[in-house]
Design a binder for this molecule. Sequence first.
Ligand SMILES: [Zn+2]
Length: 418
Amino acid sequence: MNLDTIFGAEIMARCEALAQFTEEPGHLTRTYLTPVQRAAADTLLEWMREAGMSARIDEAGNVVGRYEGATPNARTLITGSHFDTVVNAGKYDGNYGVITSIACVKALNLQGQRLPFAIEVVGFADEEGVRYKTTMMGSKAIAGTYDMGILALKDRAGISLTDAMKNYGLDPAAIGRAARNPKDILAFLEIHIEQGPVLLKEGRPVGTVTSIAGVYRFQAVVTGQAGHAGTTPMNMRCDAAAAAAEMIGAIERYCAAEGNRSPGGVVGTVGQLNVPGGAINVIPGACEFSIDLRSGNDDTRHAIWGMLEPELHAIAKRRHVELAISKTLDLAAAPCAPQLMARIDAAIGEVTGAAVRRLPSGAGHDAMAMAALCPQAMIFIRCGNGGISHNPLETITEEDARIGAWVLYEVIRDLAAA
Ligand SMILES: [Zn+2]
């Protein structure tokens, strides 16, 4: 099999094959520590061994394949992504990155190439956090940032994480042993579908990720005055929902205006909106909404919120309603390592012959957790169907799969030549 086949047709066939391991026939759902995940893990182990790696399941359930370097005690380059999925997922989110990383090692092995470093391909067992509502457990275990407090969490069936690990054949007390020593690790590279429309709209197969966005999350509660929808004149109302609507408009306007001119960009979303106890004939006395604000640059994120928050309070004041905002998440951005980004740029130039598009990742990824362990960088490949992801309509082309694999392969070889 030549490399173009391994990087194209075989990657696509393996994405299909892995998608057969699902908890729900007819669509793809594969969550942490289920028998279905174990079956998928066995397939990954088999592919890793076929590619010339020794392979094992680590203490957190991650699948880890190791391809030794030219010298026994060389440092390790880690590459990979996650193989758990959301409910009713696409086939490529995460899985493409694991399969493509295996393909790159297979290519090296077929050519009898040993590098000055070892390569480990990791299939992270939990990134999405579907079963235990806590994300990136697999990569946090490897990065050494695992919070043992989560072991008591229970899934919807009442099974604790501790018991789920035991049922899977893992020892929860040993999870610390999954953590790697930063001294041994050279870098982490992750190739992933973009999960958005930017590369598709611009006609580019691949891009270099600059940063994984930092996130603010807030819950806002607007309190006004409930009243009769028929008897209260418009100028005598303190309508909490109408005030919230104006605030949501302000969030959208600020993010749209500042997003393109600020470093790292910014996107803001109100995804939850609720009028508690609302009725068709009652002026809303209260309204609650969520705010999700992300930027690849933490300074931008802080600055935008610094402008937006007073604006929301000014709206509340003008409309004679109370506004209370509580912060529920403040997650720092994970900038990708500049020297790795430069290598990815060069590889993209070499493989595609086109100018490089750099873009931030608005979605979280394992690379974010791995940033605590070592320098990290990401390659995005184009998502079809308008950029839709976390959905069965998620798609990529075989040609893009191949280009992505070539880029990752070239980056690995370039690191070896350095
Ligand atoms: Zn993913």
